[in-house]
Design a protein around this ligand. Sequence first.
Ligand code: 5GP
Ligand code: ZN
Length: 136
Amino acid sequence: MKDNNCIFCKIANGEIPSRTIYENDLFRVILDNGPATEGHALVLPKDHYANLFEIPADTAAEAMKTAQTVAAMLKEKLHADGLNLVQNNGETAGQTVHHFHMHIIPRYKGDGQNILWKPGHPSDQELDAVLGRIKG
Ligand code: 5GP
Ligand code: ZN
């Protein structure tokens, strides 16, 4: 299913041109037009799912396989030193386009990006409390 108001639906299905680096039956992989680094790519399913909570498990599994193929391609062709896979869900988590996508971000020594988080310092009791809430 497509969403007529969704820009990534239009890109994924070729209605809007994009810099496509890889394509298969289920996905189009394009260059991000606001890249964190050289070669920053987006894995877009051709069907519309807003986020990780909506995409079917088998399609999510195929998204990861597609990301793996493209990651190897970018590492080889662009000589990346490392690579981040990022996938945002919800505005609070930084999602700006509400069509599921995976970011493939090649990393280069000295690229100046910092795709990390500030570690917390919870007590054992606080960690146990979270564990209890998740498993309870
Ligand atoms: P999000 O913040 O939702 O995880 O990521 C959205 C990404 O899509 C951003 O990195 C942004 O640069 C990229 N983006 C948004 N609109 C377009 C577009 O029209 N074309 C391309 N190639 N990338 C886009
Ligand atoms: Zn869409």
